[in-house]
Design a protein around this ligand. Structure first.
Ligand code: SF4
Length: 309
C-alpha cells in the first residue's frame, strides 16, 4: 500500500479538518449496520441498484450488536486521544423505518458516552415529512448530518442502474433538508455505464449548484454479488482507469465551493468483496494521484466554482 500524503491545507477542505475545528480535536466515524433494509430492494425484488452488494454498501457488522460496537469503538478512540465519535448509520437505507423505531435508534446512539453526533445515510425518496420532522427535532440540539445518494443528475443513467428514483427527487430532498437547516451530504459516482466525461462533469456542476454542506465521490467499482458483476463478465461495462479517475476527481474538487466539506474522494473496498478495478484497493494511492493532479494544475477547491460551463 502507498503512504498517505497529507494535502496542503489550501488544496481542499476535508471532513477531518471540519471535525477538528468543530470539536477541538480528532473525531472519527464509527460505521454501523443496525439491521435496516432498503425500499429499492423490497420494491421489485430486482436486487436494488445494480452496483449494490448484499451488504447494502455497508459495514457488514452484526446488527444486533451495533450498540456494543459503537460503545467499544468510541471508548477505544477516546483512549487514543480522540475527542469522540460520530455514529454513522451507513448500511442500506437508514430512514427506512417507522418514526418510533428511528427515533429510538438515533437517540440511543446519541446517548452513548463519547458520541458527539450522528450521520444518517439514505435515499432521496425515503425522507417523508414525518422523518424530516424527527430529523429537524434532533438537529436542534445535536450535531447531525444526512447523506443522500444523488449518484448522477442523469435520469437515463439512474434508470439504467435500477436506482428507483429520479434526479428531481434528489433536488427536492436537498431542498427540504436545507429548509430545516439539516446538513446534507451528496454522494456521486463517476464512471457509471454509458456516461461520457461531459455527462459526469454536468453532474459535478449540478452537485455544486445544489450547495450541499458536504460531498462524497467515488469511482464505479464492481463488487461481488452485485448485478454489475454479470455486466462486467459479459463485457457490458467499461471501468475508469486510475489516471482518468484522478483527473475527474481533481476537477470535482476544483468545481466544489471552497466551504463544501469533502467527505470522500475515492471508494473504500477490501479484496474480499472488490472485483474491479484493482486500484480501488489502495485508497492512499488514489488520493495521492488526485493530489498530484491538483498540484500539477496549481489548483485548489473552488477554483472552478461558477467559472465553468
Ligand atoms: S439505495 Fe443503497 S442500499 Fe438500496 S439498493 Fe441502492 S445502494 Fe443498495
Amino acid at each position: 500500500m502507498s503512504g498517505n500524503i497529507s494535502p496542503p491545507d489550501l488544496i481542499f477542505f476535508p471532513l477531518s479538518r471540519f471535525l477538528n475545528q468543530k470539536f477541538g480535536g480528532r473525531v472519527k466515524k464509527v460505521s454501523l449496520d443496525v439491521g435496516f433494509t432498503c425500499p429499492n430492494r423490497n420494491r421489485d425484488r430486482s436486487g436494488g441498484c445494480f452496483w449494490c452488494d448484499p451488504l447494502g454498501s455497508g459495514s457488514g457488522n452484526t446488527p444486533e450488536h451495533w450498540e456494543i460496537k459503537l460503545r467499544e469503538e468510541t471508548k477505544n478512540l477516546i483512549k487514543k486521544g480522540f475527542k469522540g465519535s460520530i455514529a454513522y448509520f451507513q448500511s442500506f437505507t437508514n430512514t427506512y423505518g417507522d418514526y418510533e423505531t428511528l427515533k429510538n435508534l438515533y437517540t440511543s446512539a446519541l446517548k452513548v458516552d463519547g458520541v458527539v453526533g450522528i450521520a444518517i445515510g439514505t435515499r432521496p425518496d425515503c425522507l417523508d415529512n414525518k422523518i424530516l420532522e424527527l430529523l429537524s427535532c434532533l438537529n436542534e440540539n445535536n450535531f447531525l448530518w444526512v447523506e443522500v445518494g444523488m449518484q448522477t443528475k442523469h435520469d437515463r443513467t439512474l434508470s439504467l442502474c435500477n436506482r428507483g428514483h429520479s434526479h428531481i427527487q434528489t433536488v427536492e430532498a436537498v431542498g427540504k433538508l436545507k429548509e430545516r437547516a439539516i446538513k446534507t451530504v451528496l454522494h456521486l459516482i463517476a464512471g457509471l455505464p454509458d456516461e461520457t466525461e461531459d455527462m459526469i462533469l454536468q453532474s459535478f456542476k449540478e452537485c455544486a449548484d445544489l450547495r450541499p454542506w458536504g460531498v462524497k465521490l467515488h469511482p464505479l467499482h464492481i463488487v461481488k454479488g452485485s448485478a454489475f458483476e454479470e455486466w462486467l463478465n459479459n463485457g457490458k461495462i467499461n471501468l475508469l482507469k486510475l489516471e482518468e479517475y484522478a483527473n475527474l476527481a481533481a476537477t470535482f474538487i476544483e468545481m466544489m465551493p471552497s466551504d463544501t466539506v469533502i467527505h470522500r474522494i475515492t471508494g473504500e473496498r477490501n479484496k474480499e468483496i472488490l472485483i474491479a478495478p484493482g486500484w480501488c484497493l489502495d485508497k492512499n494511492r488514489v488520493r495521492n494521484e488526485i493530489f498530484k493532479v491538483i498540484s500539477e494544475r496549481n489548483s485548489f477547491q473552488g477554483k472552478l466554482f461558477k467559472n465553468y460551463g
